[in-house]
Design a binder for this molecule. Structure first.
Ligand SMILES: Cc1cc2nc3c(=O)[nH]c(=O)nc-3n(C[C@H](O)[C@H](O)[C@H](O)COP(=O)(O)O)c2cc1C
Length: 378
């Protein structure tokens, strides 16, 4: 039986083609090498950094650069060519990702018997714009006794899972346990109650559609989509579109960057609808707030989000950050105010991370650049 173009798109559309790689599609293997290379480093700095670079970060831009001073000292910088000026105009999310990186570094160092002293923004910062000043100085000193971290065991299994979640509702007890005690000054929240979940789904879908329908913000995602194993191996960052179905669509010329960029195309519509379907499958949401919104708050929010994501992993829960309603560009202003109002956030406080949480099939790890690509020698 032959499959004509229209039917083929229908079949493809019904199988969530735009959602990134699932567990059965491990195509781009060298892109995942850093997930298996963590223990190939003998000095404590490189070894801890090899875990840090597996941290969650917006659009998987991996904006970190580390200048090594010695086997125990280094400086973390932000690669200013890896910002997201349209969806993240003040680099708030990029800074949160750097906070995730620093916390994963600290957890790994502790596991290997080192205390990590992290001085964030030692030369100061600009709240509106990240600049060439260091993000953090890192210094390791041996602990008298290793203090194993409860988080460490979950680093290699942590994922962002964008697939559909099952009907199983995460329990209040579990959500309470994983959002508890995420760091000083951090206020985390959750809901699994049908009515607030429905309202949060609605505002999140509206916000997601605003990002999809605004060409300059949508294109920021298209620019980082890596289609097929070859592209992911060559450029192991951004959002991976892989798996047998996507490879086939790509070979046949349906799944291309040009089609994805065409806002009248079936590919665009499918991507937009799939994202909304993912949101609508959620039976729980979690969020991380800070009392203010300085760079230091954002770094702390990253640490808190990382711990939350690792806690969720430990409990067998999947998570998917949904940042659209939290973004600062003009088209999103109303949604940003609305979500703060819905979650009853005090004046001046800021929701830094908002994510759906639930049960889902596992997904493969996201690509990463190897550590060597991110190091510079002082
Ligand atoms: C600050 C921040 C914001 C994020 N926002 C989104 C988002 O809105 N949508 C999404 O699909 N993923 C979002 N993510 C998840 C990243 O895309 C993900 O961490 C990255 O692709 C690497 O994948 P991994 O977490 O599986 O290692 C966000 C992550 C961070 C740290």
């Amino acid at each position: 039986m032959s499959v004509n173009r229209r039917n083929f798109l229908k079949i493809a559309g019904s199988s969530a083609i735009i959602l990134p790689a699932t567990a059965c599609s491990t195509g781009a293997d060298s892109a995942r090498l850093p997930w298996r290379a963590t223990d190939s480093y003998s000095d404590p700095m490189r070894r801890s950094l090899s875990y840090a670079l597996l941290a969650p970060n917006p659009h998987n831009k991996q904006p970190w650069v580390v200048e090594l001073t010695s086997e125990t000292q280094a400086t973390l910088m932000c690669d200013l060519d890896r910002l997201l000026p349209e969806t993240d105009p003040y680099s708030r999310q990029i800074t949160i990702g750097l906070g995730c990186f620093l916390e994963q570094f600290r957890i790994a160092a502790q596991e290997f018997g080192f205390k990590a002293d992290i001085t964030a923004f030692p030369d100061g910062y600009d709240d509106k714009k990240l600049d060439a000043r260091p993000v953090a100085h890192l210094r390791l000193s041996p602990l008298e006794q290793a203090i194993p971290s409860p988080y460490f065991a979950h680093i290699l299994n942590r994922r962002t899972n964008r697939t559909l979640y099952t009907e199983q509702v995460p329990s209040s007890q579990t959500l309470e346990a994983i959002t508890h005690d995420l760091g000083e000054g951090i206020l985390a929240g959750f809901t699994n109650a049908p009515e607030p979940v429905a309202r949060l789904q609605d505002i999140t879908v509206i916000a997601s559609n605003i990002e999809f329908d605004t060409p300059r913000t949508y294109m920021e995602s298209v620019d980082v989509m890596r289609i097929g194993a070859r592209e992911n191996n060559e450029t192991p960052d951004g959002i991976a579109l892989e798996g047998p179905m996507k490879e086939a669509l790509h070979r046949l010329g349906f799944l291309t960057r040009k089609n994805l960029a065409d806002m009248d195309s079936a590919m665009f519509r499918t991507g937009r609808e799939d994202y909304a379907r993912g949101i609508k499958s959620a039976h729980g949401f979690v969020w991380v707030n800070t009392p203010a919104n300085t760079r230091l708050d954002q770094i702390k929010a990253g640490a808190a989000y990382l711990r939350l994501n690792l806690n969720a992993t430990a409990h067998g829960l999947a998570m998917h950050p949904l940042s659209q309603a939290l973004q600062e560009y003009v088209e999103m202003q109303e949604a940003l105010g609305l979500i703060h109002h819905l979650l009853d956030i005090e004046d001046g406080a800021r929701i830094q991370m908002f994510a759906r949480i639930g049960y889902a099939k596992p997904v493969v790890p996201a690509p990463r650049w190897p550590l060597e690509a991110k190091l510079i020698q002082a």
